[in-house]
Structures are given as C-alpha cells and as structure tokens.
Design a protein around this ligand. Structure first.
Ligand SMILES: [Zn+2]
Length: 465
C-alpha cells in the first residue's frame, strides 16, 4: 500500500498544471490522502497534448488549472492564477508541501527562494529532453536548489531546444508525488538529487549537502523577490516589416516556438539540394532558427537584422533524409517531440504508424496506455491480465483514451494483420498506485524508444524489424 494515511489529508500545492503537474496531480489523487491545489495561469494549447495528459483536443483554449481539477474531481482544486510575490504567502502558507511543476530555470529559482523564505518543503521536479530530475528541499532549505546550482539567472536553453517526451515528465511528476509524501512525513537521512536518464536507461542518485555560502538558505530566511519577468518563450514580437510573398520565401514573423524551426526545416527540405530559401523571422525565430538549421547540416548564407527579427537566407544541405512532411495540425500537436534531434518528423511518423499490444493490469496499464496514446502511437490494444486501473479521476480508461488518441484504442488482442508490437508490463508490486503509475511511465518510455529504434536495449517481446 501507499504511504500511511495522515489524520487529515496532506495539502499539496502544485505550481504548474503542465507536463509534470498533470501526472503529479493524477498520482496524488489516485493514491488518496492528499488535497491538491493546482495553480496555473495558462490555457491548453495543441502542443501540450502529447505530455499534459489530463487534456483532450476539445480543451484547447480553456484554463489548464480548471480543466485539470474537473478531470480529477474530488481532491483537486484548480486556480487559474500565476503564483507571484503578491499571492505567494497565501498559497504557499496554506500548503503542507509545494511541488515545483513549472518550467524555466528562473521560475524554478524564484520558487525555491520563495518556499525557503516561507518555510515550506518543496519538491523540485524537472523534465528536459530524456532526463527527469528531482530534489526534495526540506522546510527552510539546507540544502536547497541554490546550494546545488547557485542562483539560476539564465534559461538553460532556448525554447526550440526544449523537446521532451511525455513519459519523461510523467516519471518526474509521479516521483514528485512520492517525494511530497516522503518530505511531509519528515523522512530522515541525507538529501538526494536524483537524475533519471530515460534515454540511456540509467539512474543517478547523488547525496547532496548544504552549501555554507548558499545565497538562498545559508543566512536565515531570504527576502521575498518579485516573480521573474518575461521568459524566453514569450509570445513572438513581430518584425518591423512584413515579409514579401514569393516562392521559396517563408514568413515566420508571427510563428510560435518551436514551430519556427520545424516549419523552416520543412520548407527548406522540400527544396532540391543546393537551393536557397528566404525566411523572415520574428524575435523568437531569430533566436532559434539559424542555429537549428546549422545543426541539421544546412548552410546559413546571411542573417540581416529586421527590427526585432531577422531576414535569413539558407541553402538546403546536399544530403538530408527525405520524409513526407506531416500535416500542419500534427506538426503543431507533436512539435515538442518532433524537435528532439533523434525524432524529427520521420520518428513521429513511425509512432503514428505503430501498433502496440500492451499486456498488464492496474494503474501500470492505465499510465502506460495514457502515455502511449498521448505520444501519438497510432494503434493500441489493451490486454488486461487483471482489472485495469481507472483513468485519471476514476474515469473509464477506454473512454478517457478514446477522447485523446490519434488512432484507435481497443480492449483485447490485436488482429494478426495489425502486426502489433507486444509489450508486457511488470506485475504489480507492493508499492501502491503511485509506484504502479511510475512503472507504467517507465514502460511507456521504453516502448517509445524501441519504436524509434533508440532504446538502450531491444524489447524482448518485439518482433524482428
Ligand atoms: Zn541553499
């Protein structure tokens, strides 16, 4: 079973209802014994769907915090507000433990300082590319996030670099939920920083100590600071002049990240080798497209500043792997997977074409199926070897999947003609729903890597390629 039930529910403040917040909230509500408040000012966007697993295409444009609380039902409250220095005391003060499910280094730095200041334990959770990272910070720090990394004043990467797979952030979210219970229970022993490398199949758990000169937690509670201003991934600023319309010219001045780079790549790779295309970029694209095209082997011939943006000439590389471009709606929905260098449009197409038969039971089956459907696996068959777990909020699993899958989801074995890859989930252990949800997320990540030909080792149940 899970952690012992406390006398009253554990009050958990989840800051961010995105890729980490959705699974963390699902796990906390499913495991019981917690009241979750989700705080997030954003609305659902199509590119959220592959990893923010509580949302369906019909939710696009609605406030995430409200939708998430609706899906999870009793035990979850949603507040479509940004946490900042004006409301921090109210929300953090009312919580037993805070989970940092935000993205962006400066936001994480601010939340660490604010939780240390207000004397509440904080679980720092992050997912980036193939890695999930976790640090439990006790009330008052010692150690805190700044003991490990100092103050984080710069974003770690541009938004186009921040591709990630749903199971990676799900692992971070489910682990954060476990850690919230452990911190609240006052688990003793040294603090650990955990790095789970889900592409390499490795886990590192580093014992960490307090930095005697930590700028946040070494000299008593720090002063509150204002919420950090505009992140790198803010709305694009238009260039000074509109782009002229012509063949081999593409106006991306109002495009959003990371679609700037994906659409520039699509346009350039549609040309013959050696041909030149002209791109008009807004401020956001100017920061990511030239470097991104170079990384893909294309030649950047010129970059001229145009207001806050750029006019860019680029020559298509001699050799690129030609793939049929994905339709615009699929490109937008799966952008943050496609932008991963090992995936691209060809990889996403393999996922969309894939057929998988999942054997398992309980919450592991539910989480593996939800994550595979969200990632765009085109056909899923669920073979229950015991009662399947419910979807988030106790929803019927198949109905929950049907509202989100790009392809079909059915109970029972796949027909032979589907040539489905067979995957068996580990049998349920004694760790309770959170451990099972976590096991399902790990299994989903292994399946995705195997489908993409990237896994650390082949899936023993897989048919020969
Ligand atoms: Zn510190």
């Amino acid at each position: 079973m899970g952690p012992a039930a406390p006398a009253r529910p554990l009050r958990v403040l989840l800051v961010g209802a995105g890729g980490i917040g959705c699974p963390a909230a699902w796990g906390l509500v499913r495991a019981g014994g917690a009241e979750v408040t989700l705080l997030d000012p954003d609305v659902v966007e199509p590119s959220n769907l592959p990893r923010q697993l509580l949302y369906a295409p019909g939710d696009v444009g609605r406030p995430k915090a409200v939708v998430a609380a609706e899906r999870l039902g009793a035990g979850a409250h949603g507040v479509p507000e940004r946490l900042d220095e004006r409301n921090a005391e109210r929300w953090i003060g009312a919580a037993d433990v805070v989970i940092d499910a935000t993205d962006g280094a400066r936001t994480k730095d601010w939340l660490n300082l604010t939780a240390v200041r207000l004397g509440r334990p904080l679980v720092h959770a992050a997912g980036l590319r193939g890695e999930a990272r976790l640090l439990g910070v006790r009330a008052g720090g010692r150690p805190c996030l700044a003991c490990l990394f100092g103050r984080l004043e710069q974003e770690a990467g541009t938004c186009a670099d921040l591709g990630v797979f749903g199971p990676v952030v799900a692992v971070a979210g489910f682990r954060a939920a476990q850690e919230a219970h452990a911190l609240a229970a006052g688990a003793g022993g040294p603090a650990h920083y955990e790095v789970l490398d889900l592409l390499g199949g490795r886990a590192v758990r580093l014992e960490v100590g307090a930095d005697p000169g930590c700028p946040v937690c070494s000299a008593g509670p720090p002063a509150l600071e204002p919420y950090p201003a505009a992140e790198a991934c803010a709305a694009p600023a238009p260039a000074a002049e509109p782009a002229p319309a012509a063949a081999h010219r593409l106006d991306l001045t109002t495009e959003r990240c990371p679609l700037n780079l994906l659409r520039a790549r699509q346009a350039l790779e549609a040309l013959a080798p050696g041909e030149v295309a002209e791109f008009w970029l807004g401020a956001e694209g100017a920061g990511t497209v030239p470097a991104g095209l170079r990384r893909l082997g294309h030649e950047v011939l010129s970059e001229e500043a145009r207001g806050a943006g750029l006019r860019l000439l680029a020559r298509r590389a001699r050799r690129v792997q030609r793939t049929e471009p994905l339709a615009a709606a699929l490109l937008a929905r799966f952008a943050r997977q496609i932008v991963l260098p090992d995936v691209g449009e060809a990889g996403q197409r393999r996922l969309l074409d894939a057929r998988v038969e999942v054997h398992g039971a309980g919450d592991a089956l539910a989480s593996a199926a939800v994550l595979l459907a969200a990632a765009g696996v085109g056909g899923l068959w669920l073979v229950s070897e015991g009662p399947p777990g419910p979807g988030p909020g106790g929803a019927d699993l198949l109905a929950f999947l049907a509202a989100r899958a790009v392809g079909e989801v059915r109970p029972g074995a796949a027909p032979a003609a589907a040539r489905a890859r067979r995957v068996s989930l580990p049998a349920a252990g004694s760790g309770g729903p959170l451990a099972e949800l976590l096991a399902g997320a790990h299994a989903a990540q292994r399946v995705l890597l195997a489908l993409l030909g990237l896994g650390p080792r082949p899936d023993p149940g897989a048919p020969p390629r």
